[in-house]
Design a binder for this molecule. Structure first.
Ligand code: T4K
Length: 398
């Protein structure tokens, strides 16, 4: 394919892909089934407020996960906010900084301080030993994030939470279809939260869900997501509007019907990346534990620029020029974004592993919009760039 550097689009050549390849290109599923559902919804003239599709979606999600209750909501961020409020978290809550900004914002939005904890460089999830050292008299809870679908160390986090009488919940936005020690994620802590945003492998356009085995919490959250209404004209609780719409649930049901196919495609692409990127010094593909169920929806690379000589950021620029829109999740880390950067300007000192990861991680496109051939070409580009040992210094002279 590419023989010398001048053939790369970054250096003036033609992009290897005519159309942009995105991380998070939505899966569509069976279009006819979706359109039938939408027509049915239009005929029935029931568009929101716990309609038939939302109820069916909730049952199917709960069944699939083996969890007692599923409450479908309008997005993952509201789902987090609702659980945080329902659990009466206050003061300080320990979370990773290495997560999407919504995890932190859902707390700060309610004037609860997110206390950023470092992650384990192997799993990219909360380091439980660091969690314990951050507990203060103001701490009310812990939110673990199963980032990339990799489960947190649920057992130790549960022990720590119990020992210190803290509430424990999980942001499982990435982890629908993933398991921990043989049990589906969704079953741990007081509650877990999923995102079904368009970019997730199971999507409802915008949407999310709260799952819990706790009856009381379920009742409380159901009230809260519907303004606190407990029947016509009767508000018995402070609430908001967190409802999922029927058209979203129609998409969710259609997505669920293709769940196995989506996972298979993601797995195929993952294996193809694994093969295409093997033995490139300084390039690590984030591993997936084949013994657990996994959705393979994020293809995560770590670039060790000491070995590759090509920085992660230069690699991203070169890939973008080729129309491969790789992403730097979760650069620069929540602690380096506002308002947290101003509140805690020195937070990075306690987050060495997070700081390293935000400089090293690169996410590559996958999902049903990406073919094996696309993956092979992307791998070739990466391999050749790294083999060329080109670096910023040579490019800019400073
Ligand atoms: N907690 C965690 C750990 C999360 O990762 C997220 C969301 C949440 C909580 C909150 O859940 P939600 O409230 O969003 O339900 C994207 C998603 O918007 C976000 O949902 C997701 N995490 C995050 C990891 O990724 P951005 O800032 O990267 O979005 P954006 O607009 O750059 O789009 C991402 C990519 O998807 C692009 O490459 C373009 C492509 N795309 C996007 C859309 C919407 C498409 O190809 N088609 C589309 O329709 O956050």
């Amino acid at each position: 394919m590419i023989k010398n550097l001048s053939e790369f689009a970054f250096f003036g050549g033609e992009p290897k892909f005519q159309e942009k390849l995105f991380v998070g290109r939505p899966n569509v599923g069976n279009r006819d089934r979706l359109l039938t559902r939408i027509n049915d919804m239009l005929d029935r003239r029931w568009f929101s407020n716990s309609g038939a599709f939302v109820q069916e979606f909730e049952h199917r999600v709960a069944d699939y996960l083996g969890v007692k209750h599923c409450i479908a909501v309008c997005n993952g961020t509201i789902a987090l906010e609702l659980v945080i409020r329902a659990l009466e978290l206050k003061g300080e809550v320990i979370i990773p900084s290495f997560t999407f900004i919504a995890t932190a914002h859902a707390l700060q939005w309610q004037e609860i301080t997110p206390v950023f904890c470092d992650v384990d460089p192997k799993t990219h999830t909360l380091n439980p030993w660091r969690v314990e050292s951050l507990i203060t008299p103001r701490t009310s809870g812990i939110i673990g994030v199963h980032v990339w679908g990799q489960s947190c160390d649920v057992e130790i986090l549960t022990e720590i939470a119990d020992k210190h009488h803290l509430k424990l919940m999980f942001d499982a936005s990435h982890a629908f279809g993933c398991s921990y020690r043989g049990k589906m994620l969704g079953n741990f802590g007081s509650a877990e939260v999923f995102s079904f945003h368009a970019t997730k492998f199971i999507n409802t356009f915008e949407g999310g869900a709260i799952v819990t085995n706790n009856d009381e919490l379920n009742q409380k959250i159901r009230l809260m997501k519907n303004f606190g209404f407990s029947g016509f004209d009767n508000v018995i609780y402070l609430g908001t509007n967190g409802k999922m719409s029927e058209i979203s649930a129609a998409m969710g049901l259609t997505s669920l019907e293709s769940l196995q196919e989506f996972i298979e495609v993601n797995r195929r692409n993952y294996k193809c990346y694994q093969e295409g990127l093997s033995e490139i010094p300084g390039v690590r593909l984030f591993p997936v534990d084949d013994a657990q169920q996994h959705n393979y929806q994020y293809v995560v690379l770590e670039i060790d620029e000491n070995q590759t000589r090509v920085s992660r950021d230069l690699l991203v620029k070169i890939l973008h020029a080729e129309n491969v829109i790789a992403r730097r999740y979760f650069y620069p880390g929540c602690h380096r974004m506002e308002p947290y950067r101003s509140y805690f300007p020195h937070a990075g000192l306690l987050l060495p592993e997070t700081e390293k990861l935000t400089q090293r991680v690169l996410i590559l496109p996958t999902g049903t919009a990406i073919l094996e051939d696309d993956v092979s070409k992307i791998c070739q580009i990466i391999r050749l760039i790294i083999a060329s040992q080109i670096n910023e210094y040579e490019l800019t002279g400073n």
